[in-house]
Design a binder for this molecule. Structure first.
Ligand code: NAD
Ligand code: FES
Length: 268
């Protein structure tokens, strides 16, 4: 099986959108799931959310930030090149059942992973407000796609270069005070997801986060992706990646994510 790259575009500084031919994964894909990509035979296994998929064309869209050796190598591959392996879809699909208004919060590259969830919630008939945030205007991705997908799009940049100045969580607090919401979905850096949970908890709004623990096999065998939810150990790859935000131990997740930072800095 070869996984040919159909297109590859830079959509922000260091952020690449790649469309790959992967018919089996595309045919079985649901919002919220991910694939594990290996650029070449000796490459690292990179877990990436499927930002989009076309079941008829048999293609998947992945969006990734070039942060280390492996994502930079993937980013250098060109249309026509073949990726060695695309394993998936993995993880549990997003739950869209329920009623009432929803807010989807996406920070940085997490916006790419919020987009399919916002689409799935819209397809399920929900009213969807999206809050998208980036450090600065040049790092904001998928604005047009989100405008087409959701009922309302609100943007924040840390430096105020676009949208309102501040974090996505500042906008979230204001929306919750002013409106009535039954569901919040958040994806992005761990401190952002923790803050979202802290904001929504007193309002008792169901809040789901998509976690990004380190992964190796991504099939429930190695235990590298373990997280603590409701005081119990769960595996991000098979039990998640989505969990009840009010029950996640974010401090433990942050600690585990920083485990190899010195090695990444050394070899990345
Ligand atoms: P970033 O650091 O540029 O932050 C993006 C936005 O998140 C900010 O603009 C802000 O609105 C919000 N944010 C950041 N810190 C916050 C805080 N302390 N409180 C409230 N809001 C905050 O994001 P990035 O560089 O795109 O990603 C950084 C990290 O996020 C990476 O380590 C990456 O692994 C992780 N990430 C996680 C997921 C996931 O699956 N949960 C997805 C993508 C990225
Ligand atoms: Fe190995 Fe989840 S990545 S068990």
């Amino acid at each position: 099986m070869t996984y040919k790259i159909i297109s590859s575009d830079r959509i922000a500084d260091s952020v690449v959108r790649m469309v790959i031919s992967a018919p089996e994964a595309a045919r079985n894909a649901h919002a919220g799931q991910f694939v594990v990509v290996m650029a070449d035979e000796k490459g690292e296994r990179i877990p990436l959310t499927m930002a989009d998929f076309d079941k008829d064309k048999g293609t998947l869209t992945i969006i990734f930030q070039e942060v280390g050796f492996s994502t930079k190598a993937l980013g250098r591959m060109r249309p026509g090149d073949a990726i060695y392996s695309v394993l998936g879809p993995l993880g549990k699909p997003t739950h869209t059942e329920g009623s009432g208004n929803c807010i989807c919060v996406g920070g940085g590259v997490g916006i790419a992973e919020m987009w399919p969830v916002a689409r799935a919630l819209k397809d399920a008939g929900r009213h969807v407000t999206c809050i998208a945030g980036a450090r600065t205007k040049g790092l904001l991705i998928l604005e047009e796609e989100l405008k087409e997908t959701c009922d309302e799009l609100l943007i924040a940049t840390d430096d105020g270069s676009y949208g309102s100045k501040g974090f996505v969580t500042d906008i979230l607090s204001e929306k919750i005070k002013a409106g009535s919401y039954s569901y919040i979905y958040a994806i992005g850096p761990v401190p952002m997801m923790k803050k979202v949970a802290d904001i929504s908890r007193p309002h008792k709004i169901k809040t789901v986060v998509s976690l990004n623990p380190l992964m190796v096999d991504a099939t429930g065998m190695c235990g590298v992706c373990r997280c603590k939810v409701e005081g119990k150990t769960v595996f991000g790859c098979v039990d998640g990646p989505e969990f009840d935000a009010h029950q996640v131990d974010f401090d433990e997740l942050a600690g585990r994510l920083s485990f190899f930072t010195d090695k990444e800095n050394q070899y990345g």
